[in-house]
Design a protein around this ligand. Structure first.
Ligand SMILES: *Cc1c(COP(=O)(O)O)cnc(C)c1O
Length: 353
């Protein structure tokens, strides 16, 4: 830290992204990326002309992409907000709507407390139930900005729509953010509630199911007034927050919507098969509705299992939080990658740690 840093950031603990080591080729199951490339139409969407056009700024309103996404989700273009990855939207949400504090589950996306601290939003957390599911009743009506990842990370468990609605309905004078980074892997989207609630902000991303993590594209759906608030912050920080190339790729992906939905179904089928094989080996895990598993084994120390997998060329995600130190989060890759992971887990069990 330099002596120049504003003292209010001195104590900030930043988010730690999943490791991206370059020392060798790994089977990469640690950051919930898709194992499949985007749709062929997305691969073919850019030409030299688009690169030449980089001399021009991007459309700050993202007009074409917003129209397409609005059509896809049955809202008006003015109800769509675009951003450089959905983390950007979460950042803005804490900045914009956290004046009365924030609340989120005790075990969830570890970026939420970072955003809260960054914007000096006081937050409280609500413990999960015994089975790792979110306690919707305890989360509702706290009189604060409420942030719910649904499905939740790193558990993979989703709340049914009626419970999400109960949270949104319980406090009309505060925004409820539903972070749906993983919604396409089997959960119900709260986008269906947008007609009825003007305090709901549904946040989605191209990073997971749409196979475009590197493009950095997120979007949010909400009432026009909430979207206007986010636009105010965007135009006060970075009006051209989505670059030209990404806008174009994002449009092509909406046009090829069925393609990524097929991929999501493939990933869900691989997930079911992998869960079954791992449970047969003695692993336990919640019934994931996301593209990852959150697993533990009575005979394997969590951190040691992570390291043993890494030594054998498979990267999974271990978290330092003591409450979940015996767990690891494993992204669903291709059928072959998951077969390799199951095989490796079996070997580690046989050989011992
Ligand atoms: C991956 C993820 C995000 C954001 O990803 P972006 O790449 O910034 O769009 C947001 N929330 C959760 C819960 C995630 O897992």
């Amino acid at each position: 830290m330099s002596r120049f840093l504003n003292a209010k950031y001195a104590g900030l603990t930043a988010y730690t992204p999943g490791e991206q080591p370059r020392d060798r080729q790994y089977i990469k199951l640690n950051t919930n990326e898709s194992p499949y490339p985007p749709a062929p139409a997305v691969l073919a969407a850019l030409g030299a002309e688009d690169v030449a056009d980089l001399r021009l700024y991007s459309d700050p309103e993202g007009t074409v992409l917003r129209e397409k996404l609005a059509g896809l989700y049955g809202v008006k273009p003015g109800q769509v907000f675009l951003s450089n990855g959905s983390d950007d939207i979460l950042n803005f949400a804490f900045m914009a709507f956290g004046a009365d504090g924030a609340v989120f589950p005790s075990l969830t996306y570890s970026f939420y407390p970072v955003f809260a601290d960054l914007h000096q939003v006081a937050y409280e957390t609500v413990p999960l139930k015994e089975d790792f599911s979110v306690d919707a009743a305890a989360l509702a009506g706290r009189g604060k900005l409420t942030v719910l990842a649904n499905p939740n990370a790193p558990t993979g468990l989703a709340l049914p729509l009626d419970q999400v609605e109960a949270i949104v309905a319980a406090d009309p004078s505060h925004v409820v953010v539903v972070d749906e980074a993983y919604v396409d892997f089997g959960a119900e989207s709260a986008a269906a509630l947008l007609d009825q609630y003007d305090n709901l902000l549904v946040v989605m991303t191209y990073s997971k199911s749409r196979s475009m993590a590197g493009a950095r594209l997120g979007f949010a759906l909400g009432s026009r007034a909430i979207i206007e608030d986010l636009e105010k912050l965007k135009y006060s920080t970075n009006p051209y927050n989505v670059n030209r190339l990404t806008l174009k790729l994002g449009q092509a992906a909406v046009d090829a919507d069925g393609y990524f939905r097929d991929n999501a179904r493939r990933i869900m089928a691989t997930r079911a098969k992998t869960m079954q094989a791992l449970r047969a080996l003695g692993f336990s895990m919640p019934d994931s509705q996301a593209n990852f598993l959150f697993l533990t084994h009575p005979k394997l120390d969590g951190a040691a299992f992570y390291q043993a997998c890494k030594d054998r060329g498979i990267l999974i995600r271990h978290f330092s939080d003591p409450a979940i130190a015996q767990y690891n989060r494993v992204t669903i890759g291709t059928e072959e990658e998951m077969a390799a992971f199951v095989q490796t887990a079996q070997e580690i069990l046989k050989e011992g740690l």
